[in-house]
Design a protein around this ligand. Structure first.
Ligand code: NA7
Length: 541
């Protein structure tokens, strides 16, 4: 059995960064990756229209200053192929692949109390041993497959967007349905509408989507950012979401400080900017229902102005009582416009539910049947906990993570779990994760983990664990940041795990912002790693 200081799961931006850091510390590491190359999310999500909703010059790694100066992003919001190219380049540049085992999924990880090590097994039948087990498996990587009667009998092409084939998928001349209207469904539908003979958008819940303009980046814009990159990276690390908007009002201003006319002008400016600025147009959009209502109605009116058929427009308007920003905001490149095309039909599956998927199409309660060549499943993910639970992790005294989390996840700072020593969960439950620019959530976790590993080296510790008391304290703190937000009003989304039937409802992402979270984590480290327990004796083995 091969032995390493650390086993890292996943070769996305998290796994790659962790590997670089472990190497810098002189530790041996193996990264286990289920894909055939690096890239994580950007390796798997090859569906048409896939694009990052964070501007490209913010969504790139902050740990390679030379690359910041060398790399030239081509447009404001990078599309999947460009981000994947960037990830592949990172792997080449830092010679990462020699420490990555590809085409293997971790399916077992057991803590051994005697040797103070993890034994990690894969679906390829290999077993490894390591002192530290670090998950970089991602938060949105375990697809949620809908349990619709008959879906397995469908004889056409069926793809989950998060498992899109590597070979080009032909769309021309096909009758295609997209199930789901979250960020993914909206992006996929917008792109597929350009080619499909007919596209059926199967919508259960209408959401808020903002128009995104993604013009080519000019030499001037690129040079301007490069000149301030080091300072900008530092700003990102300490900011709320690690990305900025320079349109609209400053974040600090509330809606009440403006007249109705000023507010309208301000919202128009944000809308026209082609960014997600509208969701933060006033500081109280996410906490004051009146402000949220005004901004939400502004978007509803934009939908009505864009979509010519009034019935379709109304169906696309998010329900009254749901507010913009309570779910992850969607940005699109012409989504509402596709419903003016003769080859696109919006199917409201709340009004007329799917009763069955047959071998040739989708049957609705009203008796309507849509014949299909392809069904695109854009139904999201078993977010945050799904990738961790799928690894069958067993900690001290045979405690299974699945059992420890049966009523929802319990963590300390989102990166440690009581009873699971020497395990770190990058972007784990109750950390900012994908609520901020995830590359920076990853950066903060990787740096923090490196810090604690250094501390362990200094004090000659072989084991780090946390306690239930520390977890409870963290849960109370995280819940407090959550209760301030209007997010509480939308109960059906992956932030809460409620998108998965039977999954316990819990707050899966920390809502206090990345900078505030970082300060908390740094305070804990400075306070002699408060809430952690270290075991100093050398293991007999
Ligand atoms: P999301 O945001 O979870 O969206 C999933 C969509 O799929 C949403 O419209 C769901 O409707 C729909 N859905 C889920 N299950 C079903 C079933 N069983 N039947 C019909 N419709 C269903 O996932 P995405 O992949 O779009 O985005 C995930 C994140 O990736 C996003 O937040 C960004 O951070 C990037 P519902 O709204 O639940 O009624």
């Amino acid at each position: 059995m091969q032995r390493f200081d650390a086993i890292v799961v996943g070769a996305g931006f998290a796994g790659m960064h962790m590997l670089v850091k472990l190497r810098e510390m002189g530790l041996s590491a193996l990264v286990i990756e289920r894909g055939s190359d690096v890239g994580g999310t950007w390796y798997w999500n090859r569906y048409p229209g896939a694009r990052c909703d964070v501007p490209s010059m913010d969504y790139s790694v902050p740990w390679d200053d030379e690359l910041d100066q060398e790399w030239n992003w081509t447009e404001r919001y990078a599309a999947q192929p460009e981000i994947l190219t960037y990830a592949l380049h990172l792997a080449d540049r830092h010679d990462l692949r020699r420490d990555i085992k590809f085409n293997a999924s971790v399916n077992k990880a057991d803590w051994n109390e005697d040797s103070k090590t993890w034994t990690v097994g894969t679906d390829t039948g290999d077993t490894y041993e390591a002192r530290f087990f670090i998950s970089g498996a991602g938060a949105l990587s375990e697809p949620n497959l809908p349990d619709i009667p008959g879906i397995k009998s469908f004889k056409g092409e069926l793809y989950h967007t998060g498992r899109w084939p590597r070979d080009k998928v032909a769309l021309k001349g096909k009758r295609i349905a997209v199930l789901g209207t979250g960020s993914t469904g909206v992006q996929a539908s917008t792109a597929i509408a350009k080619e499909a003979e007919h596209l059926y958008v199967l919508q259960r819940t209408a959401q808020y989507s903002l128009p995104c303009l993604t013009p080519p980046l000019s030499d001037e814009e690129i040079a301007k950012r490069k000149a301030i990159y080091p300072a900008h990276r530092e700003w990102q690390r300490n900011s709320f979401a690690a990305t900025w908007s320079d349109v609209g009002t400053p974040f600090a201003m509330t809606a009440a400080e403006h007249t109705p006319e000023q507010r309208l002008a301000n919202m128009e400016k944000c809308w026209a900017s082609g960014t997600a600025a509208l969701v933060g147009v006033y500081a109280d959009v996410s906490t004051n229902a009146e402000t949220a209502q005004e901004v939400s109605d502004f978007v509803r009116n934009k939908i009505r102005q864009t979509v010519k058929d009034p019935v379709t427009a109304e169906r696309l308007c998010p329900k009254q009582g749901t507010y913009i920003g309570t779910r992850r905001i969607i940005i699109d490149t012409g989504y509402y416009q596709i419903f003016n095309q003769p080859n696109v039909t919006l199917v409201d599956i709340t009004e007329d539910p799917i009763v069955e998927i047959t071998d040739t199409g989708v049957k609705l309660k009203s008796g309507t049947f849509h014949e299909l060549d392809m069904l695109v499943v854009a139904t999201g993910y078993d977010a945050v906990t799904g990738p961790l639970l799928s690894m069958n992790i067993t900690g001290k005294d045979g405690l299974e993570l699945r059992e420890a989390w049966k009523d929802g996840p319990h963590t300390y700072m989102g990166l440690a779990v009581a009873g699971f020593p020497n395990l770190f969960t990058i972007t784990g439950p109750s950390s900012p994760g994908v609520l901020a620019n995830v590359i920076f959530s990853i950066d903060q976790h990787v740096q923090w983990i490196a810090g604690v590993l250094e501390h362990m080296r200094k004090i000659d510790a072989v084991e780090i664990d946390t306690t239930e008391a520390a977890q409870n304290e963290w849960a109370m703190h995280a819940a407090e940041t959550y209760s301030r937000a209007l997010r509480i009003h939308d109960d059906q989304n992956w932030y809460l795990g409620t998108n998965i039937p039977g999954k316990p409802r819990s707050v899966l992402v920390y809502q206090g912002g990345l900078g505030f979270y970082k300060t908390k984590c740094d305070e804990i480290a400075a306070d002699n790693y408060r809430g952690f327990v270290f075991e100093r004796e050398k293991a007999a083995a």
